[in-house]
Design a protein around this ligand. Structure first.
Ligand code: ADP
Ligand code: MG
Length: 375
């Protein structure tokens, strides 16, 4: 059995998106631990900048840190006089949420809920359950955090991969009815109807984390920043020169290349693809995004779906959902919700489709089909 080297892949996604999203914005950007750099000024060290500016009170002053969390490489970058504190708080928040939301860490809230068939919820988990229910309903069950028994069966939780039989999957599918995970909003608690049910926030956690970081940045007076959580990007404001950020969308068929570049501000740009985590057996590739109708990795004809939206949490849920739906259903869903998000769809036939709201900001060497909301 062949397993994808997830670490290497994630790192290359990170480099691709980081380089492309920052290549205009950051000049001599330096993203080591707690590195600080003056952007757009080559050859000036941080200490020289401090001397020159009399401290870090310059709008162009940047702080940046990298961290490995939630099973992926992340980078956080903020600008302005509070950049250091903002980045430090963002890292603390990533660590807090990672500890809370992991489905495999025995100390996490989610692990304990799964062991005890429910329990009382923190504010964060309560919010995430509500949002998951909302998207579960609007996608008619496609986004389903109760899919976890199936994710586990395939080995995506442990790394101990195997291909289940259809009978095994059919049996487990009975335990994935999210409507049987009873959420009591007043008491902020969950109660699973059967012992074998389990939830997993892997399809929403990174989007929520990037959204939380944007709030932390704003609370600290930061008006320009970018986070890249394993290829899931969210940006605050514009670059310090007032121009849009540039976010590259990775080519799902070539980890060293990208299918296009989006100019954007104040948005989450979140991508789902079967290339992110998979294993191969007998020449067949099995990835980690599960179609709840079949229990199999989604095989919808879409190989990459990017959601562009001001709400990072929703963007994460929808990238997973539209990837499973496939082109026609994804377009129909977007037409119903076109005021809420935009999307970039890439098919196994190399068809690249972009919704009208971002068509002017997206450039690609490939032919682009613009999807209009003509209903
Ligand atoms: P990534 O986390 O790699 O960016 P996604 O956001 O698409 O990718 O989330 C995939 C993760 O979501 C899987 O690893 C699994 O934990 C979970 N998941 C898989 N299928 C579903 C589904 N149908 N609905 C909700 N979550 C899912
Ligand atoms: Mg997702």
């Amino acid at each position: 059995m062949k397993e994808k080297n997830n670490l290497r892949k994630t790192l290359s996604v990170f480099i691709c998106v980081a380089c492309c999203s920052l290549f205009v914005s950051c000049g001599n950007s330096n993203t080591g631990n707690a590195d600080k750099t003056k952007d757009n000024e080559s050859g000036i060290s941080a200490s020289e900048i401090d001397k020159k500016n009399g401290g870090n009170n310059d709008d162009d002053y940047a702080a940046s840190r990298d961290i490995f969390a939630m099973d992926t490489y992340m980078t956080v970058k903020a600008y302005g006089s509070n950049a250091d504190e903002a980045v430090e708080e963002a890292i603390k928040e990533i660590e807090r949420l990672d500890g809370m939301l992991s489905a495999t860490d025995k100390d996490s809230e989610i692990y304990k809920l799964n062991m005890n068939q429910g329990g009382s919820l923190s504010e964060d988990v309560s919010y995430l359950i509500e949002r998951s229910k909302e998207i579960y309903e609007s996608t008619e069950g496609t986004f389903n955090i109760a899919i976890y028994p199936i994710v586990e069966k395939w080995g995506f939780a442990s790394g101990d991969y195997n291909v289940p039989t259809q009978d095994e999957l059919n049996e487990l599918l009975k335990d994935t009815d999210f409507s049987k995970v009873n959420y009591d909003k007043n008491n902020q608690s969950l109660l699973y109807e059967t012992e074998t049910m389990k939830i997993d926030l892997g399809g929403i956690a990174k989007g929520y984390t990037s959204a939380r970081i944007m709030d932390i940045f704003k609370d600290l007076g930061v008006t320009s920043g970018i986070v890249n959580l394993g290829g899931n990007v969210q940006v605050l404001g514009t670059k310090t020169d007032g121009s849009d950020w540039k976010v590259a969308i990775q080519d799902p068929l070539d980890e060293d290349s990208y299918i296009g570049v989006l100019k954007t501000h104040d948005k989450a740009v979140i991508t789902s693809g079967g290339y992110e985590r998979y294993f191969e057996k007998d020449g067949v590739r099995y990835h980690h995004i599960i179609d709840p109708k079949t229990g199999y990795p989604a095989d919808s004809g879409l190989i990459s779906v990017t959601i562009v939206c001001s709400d990072g949490t929703m963007a994460d849920c929808l990238s997973t959902s539209l990837f499973i739906m496939g082109k026609d259903e994804a377009i129909a869903y977007w037409k119903k919700h076109s005021s809420e998000f935009d999307t970039i769809l890439y098919t196994e036939n190399n068809e690249l489709l972009v919704t009208e709201g971002i068509a002017d900001q997206f450039t690609s060497e490939l032919n682009i089909t613009i999807i209009n909301d003509d209903k």
